[in-house]
Design a protein around this ligand. Sequence first.
Ligand code: MSP
Length: 509
Amino acid sequence: MKAPMPVYLTTPIYYVNDRPHIGHAYTSIATDVLARWHRLAGREVYFLTGTDEHGQKVEKAARDAGEDPQAFTDRVSQAFRDLCGTMGLSNDGFIRTTEPRHRAACQALWNELARRGEIYLGDYEGWYAVRDEAFYGPDELTERDGVKYAPSGAPVEWVREPSYFFRLSAWSEKLLAYYEANPDFIQPASRRNEVLAFVRGGLSDLSVSRTSFRWGVPVPGDPEHVMYVWLDALTNYITAMGYPDEKAELWRFWPADLHMVGKDILRFHAIYWPAFLMAAGLQPPRRVFAHGWWTNEGQKISKSVGNVIDPLALVEEFGLDPVRYFLLREVPFGQDGDFSRKALINRLNGELADALGNLANRTLSLIQRNCEGRLPALAPGGDAFLDGVIAPLPAATGARIEAQQFHLALEGVFEAVREANAHITREAPWALKKTDPARMAAVLRSLHEALRVFAILLTPYMPGSMGRLLDQLGVPEDARDLAALARPMPDGVALPPPAPLFQKIQNPA
Ligand code: MSP
C-alpha cells in the first residue's frame, strides 16, 4: 500500500505582547481538531504552533513591562506553550522566532530573494500601525480627533526611513494565476473574493526592513536594518520544516496543507507569503483558511473594555471538552460569532449531557442490568437504524471536517444522536426483557454500535471525554481509529459499569 501524503497544518504564531485569550485558543483548537482527524484517518501529520517574538509591538510591550525583550518573550512565550496543554492541543512542534534556527532560516530566505533580484534598497515613507505591524495606504485610513486610523482601528504613525523593498508589484499576475489554478486556496469563498479584488487593484512593492528599532532579525550584510516582522514571522512555517535544508527530515511536509488564520491576517498569508515563496523558488501553501472573530456577550473583545475572555478560566469552570465543543459548534466556521455563557451552558446541558451523555448512560446501564454486562449480538437480518442513520456518518463527517466545516460535522453527528434517542424511545428496550429478549439485545447492540461510531468521530473535538466513553464501550485502544469502524466488535465483550460523561451546570449564574 502506498503511504498516504503527509499532512502539514499550522496555526499563526502568536504575538507575545499579551497573555493568551479566547481568540488564540479558537484558532488553535480548530487546527487541533483537523490534525486529530487526519491522524484518525491514518495519515502522517505535523501540526505546528508557536510564538511571534520580534517587532516594534513586542519591543514596546517589553519596555512597558520594564523587562529586557528576550527575558520578556521567554516569559510570555511560556504562557502560550502552557496553553497548548490546557487546550489539549496535539501539536508536534512549537516554534519561537527568537530561536537561532529561525534567524538562520530568515537570513537564508532573504539571501535567496536578494540573489534573485527580488529585494532592493530604497526609502520608505508612509503610514504604519504598530499594533497591526502593517503599512497602510492613505486611502485606507480614517481620521478622528486629529489621529489617523487603519481599517482595523489601530492608530497609524508616519514613518520615514531607509528600507529594503520586496518587488511585490511584479507578482500580482502570478498570484492571480495561482488563485485561478487553485480555487480552494483561500477559504471561505467570500474571503477569496476580497483578496482577489485587492490584488486586482494592483500591488505596490513592500517595505521589508526597518531601521528605527533593533528587536528583529538583522538583514544579512546590513545589520542597521532588521527584517520586517511579517517576513520574519511567516518564515516560521518553513523554518520548522528545516529550511534552508531541503534534505531535512521534515522538508517532505512542505508545502503546508493548511495555514489556519483569523480574518485579520489573511492578507499576509494569502498575498505576501505566497509571493515571497514563489519569488524564492519555493512552493506556496495549498490552503489558507480565515476564520471569523468572537465578540463577548455582543461586545468587541478588547483590553480597554476589560472583557477579554481567559481560556484557562473557562476550562476551569466548564471543563475542557465542553469549551472545545462549544467554540466549534456555536458558530459556522468562517463567520464571526458571539460568546455567551448562556449559550455555552445550553449546549453543555442540552447536547452533551442530555442528548449524548444520557444516550450512553441509558444504553450501557441496560446492558449491565439486562445482558449481564456483556455486549449482546447484532440482529442477524441487518439493522435499518444502523444502515440508514449511522453507516453514512463517517464519510459525511470526514468530508465536512476536511473542508473546515467543523460546525456542520458536529451538526451531522448530533442529528444522528437525536435519531438514536428517538430510536431508544420508540423501541423501549427496557420493556422488552420479558416479552422479546432477542429484540431487546439487538436494539441495545445497535445503540452500542451507534455510540462507538459517535465516540470515534467526536474524538478530535473532545479527546478526553470520548476516550472515557470508548473505555465504557469496551473499545480497545488499538481500535479507536476510522479504519476500526468497519470492524464490528466481538459479541460477549465484558463492559465496565457506566459513569456520567458530562457534568451539567445546575444553577447557571
Ligand atoms: N503574530 C501574528 C501572526 C503571525 S503568523 C505568521 C498575529 N498574532 S496574534 O496573536 O495577534 O493573533 C493570532 C490569532 O488570534 C489570529 O488568527 C487572530 O485572528 C486571532 N484572534 C485574535 N482575537 C480574536 C478574536 N476576538 N476572535 C477570534 N480570533 C481572534 O496576528
